[in-house]
Design a protein around this ligand. Sequence first.
Ligand code: DX5
Ligand code: ZN
Length: 219
Amino acid sequence: MPIIAPSLLAANFLRLQETCDMLNASEADWFHLDVMDGRFVPNISFGLPVIEQIRTTTQKTCDVHLMIEEPGLYAEAFKKAGADILTVHIEACPHLHRNIQQIRQLGMKPGIAVNPHTPIHLLTDIINDVDVVCLMSVNPGFGGQQFIPHTLEKIRQLKKLIEERKASALIEIDGGVTEDNAAQILGAGADVLVAGSTVFKSKDPMATIAALKNTQPIS
Ligand code: DX5
Ligand code: ZN
């Protein structure tokens, strides 16, 4: 079964407690928390104090997706705020290996996020050092965008790389995931589905999470 990681970016921030209660009661596995700095991406979302509050409501994995420049400056603060997984963008990190080591030394699981234009082969020499690769299936910065179909090919390439290198990184797909394309995404080899709008704009978010969780892969 896939890991389901609802993205709270699409949630109602006035009702965060209710949202966390719903997610805790649901089949969701991770809380996907999108942090944007208005520099790496052309949008600003939420940051440390919000994550700190969310952390107090849940035992589930807090999967923090940093869409920020110089993430190394803040890794320790995100650990303190309660991040379990800390994902940085390959495009924002000239010293990626150092960033990944720092995240692990702080006691978190490191992840690398990859923009739609970034080729999979750039992960060759770092794949054995990370727990998660987050393939962006939209351009990061906004929820509610359309899934980029070429991502399916990238999932297959990444799966092959992970197998070849005997790595254990999970493949996480972020952006435009719906009940309609989930089966194909899983069929291509994804392990984790992030879903913002699909979950929170649906009539029954809990049922939508259950539907995603029970999706059968098709190739
Ligand atoms: C986009 C974020 C996503 C976003 C996904 O930059 O990284 O996690 O919330 O939203 P949907 O599922 O609506 O595409
Ligand atoms: Zn994200």
